[in-house]
Design a protein around this ligand. Structure first.
Ligand code: HEM
Length: 225
C-alpha cells in the first residue's frame, strides 16, 4: 500500500502540481519565472559550482532519459563489458562532480551573508533535495553494481507504466530502500519545481541565440513627415 502511494500516486500529484501551479505562476507572476540570479552578489564560487553542476547533471539526466526511452537500444550498448565499464565510470565521475558542485553551492549560500540574505526556505529545500538526489545516485552507482543494467528492467518499465497511466509499482518493490528514496525524491523535486527557482529550466532564453545582440527601443514619438 505504501509503495502504491509513493510510486503509483505521488508521481501524478507531482506532475499535476508542476503543470498546474507552473501555468498559474506564469500567468499571474511572470517576472518571477526565472532563477533570480545572485551572480552580482558573488560570482567566483558560483562559477565553480554552477558550471560543472549544469554540464554534469544534464548529461546524467540525458542518460537516465535515454535508458528509460529506449531500454532495448541502451541494453545493446551496455552488452559489451568495455562499453559498460566506460559508461559506468563516466557516470560515476559525472555523479561525483555534481555532488561536489552542489556542496559548493550550498556552502556559498550558507557562508556568504549577502547571498544567504536572498535565499528563501524553498531554495534551501531545493538544494537539500538535489543534494539527497545526487548523493543517493552516487551511492547506488558505487554499491549496487551495475545500476545502468538493472535500471532497464526495473526503473524503465515502472516509468513506462506511469506514462501509460497504469502504475506497476511491483517493478520497484524488491529494490533496496536507497533506490526507492532516489526514485521518490526525483518526483519530490518535480513537485517543488513550480514553487522554486527551478522554473528557469523551462525559461532558457533560446530566442537570444537568434536575435541581434543589441535591441534599441525608440520611445520618442516620431514627428509626422
Ligand atoms: C531528478 C531526477 C534524477 C536525478 C537528478 C538523478 C541523479 C542521479 C545521479 C547524479 C546519479 C549518479 C550517476 C552515476 O554515478 O552513474 C544517479 C544514478 C542512478 N539513478 Fe538517478 N536521478 C534522477 C532520477 C532517477 C529515477 C526516477 C530513477 C529510477 C529509479 C533513477 C535511478 C538511478 C540509478 C539506478 C542510478 C545508478 C546508475 C549506475 O549505477 O550507473 N534516477 N542518478
Amino acid at each position: 500500500m505504501t509503495d502504491m502511494i509513493l510510486f503509483g500516486v505521488f508521481p501524478y500529484v507531482a506532475v499535476a502540481l508542476m503543470v498546474g501551479v507552473g501555468i498559474y505562476r506564469y500567468c499571474v507572476d511572470r517576472y518571477s519565472w526565472s532563477s533570480q540570479s545572485s551572480q552580482f552578489l558573488e560570482s567566483r564560487v558560483l562559477f565553480w559550482g554552477s558550471v560543472p553542476w549544469h554540464y554534469a547533471i544534464l548529461i546524467i539526466l540525458l542518460a537516465h532519459f535515454l535508458a528509460f526511452l529506449v531500454p532495448s537500444g541502451w541494453g545493446v550498448v551496455l552488452g559489451n563489458p568495455l562499453r559498460l565499464y566506460i559508461l559506468e565510470v563516466t557516470g560515476l565521475a559525472l555523479g561525483i562532480s555534481t555532488l561536489i558542485a552542489v556542496t559548493l553551492l550550498i556552502f556559498r549560500r550558507s557562508l556568504n551573508a549577502r547571498v544567504s540574505a536572498v535565499t528563501s526556505a524553498v531554495d534551501w529545500l531545493v538544494l537539500a533535495a538535489l543534494l539527497l538526489q545526487v548523493a543517493t545516485g552516487v551511492y547506488i552507482a558505487f554499491t549496487l553494481r551495475w545500476g545502468s543494467v538493472w535500471y532497464l528492467h526495473t526503473a524503465s518499465p515502472w516509468l513506462w507504466s506511469l506514462l501509460k497511466l497504469d502504475p506497476q509499482v511491483h517493478y520497484l518493490a524488491a529494490l533496496p530502500t536507497v533506490v526507492k528514496l532516489h526514485a521518490f525524491n526525483a518526483f519530490f523535486i518535480v513537485a517543488l519545481f513550480p514553487f522554486s527557482r527551478l522554473v528557469h529550466v523551462v525559461s532558457v532564453p533560446l530566442t537570444y541565440l537568434a536575435r541581434p545582440y543589441q535591441v534599441v527601443v525608440w520611445y520618442r514619438e516620431r514627428r509626422a513627415g
